[in-house]
Design a protein around this ligand. Structure first.
Ligand code: ADP
Ligand code: 5GP
Length: 225
């Protein structure tokens, strides 16, 4: 594809959807890939908007026909990015953003090494727990077992952070949103000096202590082992 491919991953509840929503408001020329999934729609989700909702049978047929750029089993459901997302973005002359889990991200990084990869982290396990709880209350789905499972899953997903080019710690929303915007603009070469500095600070290689602090908090939490 001609444009830039951005990959965003984050443990559930870290604020990825919120940040991507902010990016949509402030950055033009980005296309958002609509994934296929076998999970059921939640809340106000619509087929073709958040996801293409499909059956396991159809998903497996698409795998057999090699129609996916990547796919993964996440929380017991299939999720996948159709290859056609790349060609569509290229036709429209736009950059493409993939919101995919760590397994899918590893596949895309291997196939498309020029992709710009961004990992969004929660500031720590207790903040993540609060966010998961608040969201589940808002969605009327307060299942303790789901929250516990997502917290443990977050711990294991965080181990992938060093494989990504950039990492954002989503503590203060406005700061994290500005960092995400800076990364996109810097990758496009549309940045001023301040934006370039902000993007560089988010490189995983340039500030490992900032990320290690979050990882240490998860490792120290006995309930997540
Ligand atoms: P994800 O898409 O990563 O699963 P969401 O974007 O749904 O996460 O965010 C999870 C919850 O945390 C939501 O209720 C959202 O409003 C809240 N949230 C996201 N970012 C922040 C932030 N920086 N500060 C406080 N709350 C946040
Ligand atoms: P949710 O069901 O909460 O919308 O998403 C669950 C997880 O699946 C998130 O981590 C999300 O990034 C991931 N996901 C969504 N679409 C895809 C996809 O096409 N491929 C992969 N590998 N993961 C996806």
């Amino acid at each position: 594809m001609a444009g830039i491919l951005f990959i965003i991953s984050a443990p559930s509840g870290s604020g990825k959807s919120t940040l991507v929503g902010e990016l949509r408001k402030y950055v033009e020329g980005l296309e958002f890939s609509v994934s296929y999934t076998t999970r059921s729609p939640r809340g106000s989700e619509e087929n073709g908007r958040e996801y293409h909702f499909t059956t396991r049978e159809n998903f497996e047929r698409m795998i057999a026909e090699d129609l996916f750029l990547e796919w993964a089993d996440v929380f017991g459901n299939y999720y996948g990015t159709a290859r056609s997302a790349l060609s569509q973005a290229a036709e429209h002359g736009r950059d493409l953003l993939l919101d995919i889990d760590v397994q899918g991200a590893m596949q895309v990084m291997k196939r498309m090494p020029k992709a710009v990869s961004i990992f969004i982290m929660p500031p720590g396990p207790r903040v993540l727990e609060t966010r998961l709880r608040n969201r589940s209350v808002a969605e009327h789905m307060t299942d303790e077992a789901v929250i516990e499972r997502r917290l443990r899953q977050a711990h294991s997903e965080l181990e992938y952070v060093s494989r990504y080019e950039y990492a954002i710690v989503n503590d203060v929303l406005d700061t994290a949103a500005a960092e995400l915007r800076a990364i996109v603009l810097a990758a496009r070469g549309e940045n001023d000096a301040a934006t370039a500095t902000l993007a560089t600070c988010c490189q995983t290689a340039s500030s490992p202590a900032r990320l290690q602090k979050v990882l240490d908090q998860f490792s120290a939490d006995a309930s997540l082992r």
